[in-house]
Design a protein around this ligand. Structure first.
Ligand code: TXA
Ligand code: MG
Length: 326
């Protein structure tokens, strides 16, 4: 049976009521967030969390991000150091996840945290925060896509991928940010970047007056297991830093910059003709999917500046181009 899709712009109350019913029965619901669509389930219910993994076909249990309605709710589940609190107050609701010490016996199930004594928490912007407030419990939610595939930024993306496996998809339009949240972990005076994402590192450094420490090499297994090398893989091969297009390739460029050979490309997309990295992030996953759908054997992608949201874009592109697992 195909999932029911409720447009929250048309029937917000029905969306909340129906989602609370399905979530309360221990089943996942696809929800819009400002970063990407999430596959949400009751973070305190092990059967519900198990269904997230089954639906995504995720091979292993990784810690999932817990979504809260606001900072007050988050404080019931995790302990905040002063820097994490400053970050939360400045950037929540928004595309920031903080890894924090878990409060013992707070109710979040060990399957959600993969048995760790820490928890990744974020307060999303807009509808999903209201839904969580109505539901009254944190929602565990990874991106609503089959494991290893491109993350969804529209309800249509979710329906095309997981529609047969889900009961309910809430349609909140195109995700405004378009890449997953930035994940940080504060350790004493240090701020460590576990995943670049929709909040630019520059904004974090400006607020805190501290340098954010990037990972050297691949992230430690426990801290970013969702970030396996061949994540975000389209069907086509991906070629980065392309300065020219080969015949039969689909081309993704940036800032209107001309690329030689583009007349031979199967299709040309520009992530942001104006050169705006936030716009490029918002378009990234949709354009990757559309380029893939042209049937091109390879998607050639022009260089993207590496500052601001460009860091998250390049991280996702690097993973999309990585050798495929299995
Ligand atoms: O924007 C987002 O963050 C999206 C939307 C739906 O909110 N969610 C998302 O969740 O990307 P997920 O589960 O795909 O990503 C979770 C990432 C993983 O890389 C995981 O390892 C890390 O967060 N993570 C979660 N809890 C952690 C913990 N306690 N310690 C270290 N890393 C953690
Ligand atoms: Mg994902």
């Amino acid at each position: 049976m195909a999932a029911r899709i409720i447009d929250i712009a048309i029937d917000r109350d029905a969306a909340v009521t129906e989602a609370c019913r399905v979530l309360g029965q221990g089943f996942p619901v696809a929800i819009p967030t400002e970063t990407v669509y999430g596959l949400a389930a009751d973070a305190t219910n092990p059967a519900a969390v198990t269904r997230i993994y089954e639906t995504k076909g995720r091979p292993r249990f990784n810690p999932l991000i817990c979504h809260m309605s606001d900072l007050g709710m988050a404080e019931r589940y995790a302990m905040f150091d002063p820097i994490s609190r400053l970050l939360a107050e400045a950037f929540w609701p928004g595309p920031l996840t903080l890894v924090l010490p878990l409060k013992s016996d707070c109710g979040i199930h060990a399957l959600t945290t993969a048995g760790l004594d820490s928890v990744g928490i974020r307060v999303p912007k807009g509808f999903s925060a209201d839904l969580i407030a109505a539901f009254g419990k944190p929602l565990a939610a990874p991106s609503a896509n089959t494991s290893g595939k491109i993350s969804p930024t529209s309800a249509r993306h979710v329906a095309d991928d997981l529609g047969e496996k889900l009961e309910l998809i809430l349609d909140g339009g195109s995700a405004a940010v378009g890449v997953e949240s930035t994940i940080l972990r504060v350790e004493g005076e240090r701020i460590r970047l576990l995943r670049p994402g929709g909040l630019a590192v520059e904004d974090i450094e400006r607020l805190t007056g501290r340098t954010v420490e990037r990972q050297d090499g691949p992230a430690p297994a426990i801290e970013a297991p969702g970030m396996m090398a061949s994540h975000y893989a389209p069907g086509a091969a991906v070629r980065l830093n392309a300065s020219s297009a080969e015949p039969g390739e689909a081309l993704i460029r940036f800032h209107g910059l001309p690329i030689s050979g583009s007349t031979d490309a199967t299709a040309i997309f520009d992530l942001s003709p104006e050169g705006d990295l936030a716009e490029a992030a918002a378009n990234l996953f949709d354009y990757l999917k559309r380029a893939d759908a042209t049937g091109a054997t390879c998607i050639a992608i022009a260089p993207i500046p590496d500052h601001g949201l460009g860091e998250a874009i390049n991280d996702r592109l690097f993973r999309a181009a990585a050798p495929r697992e299995g």
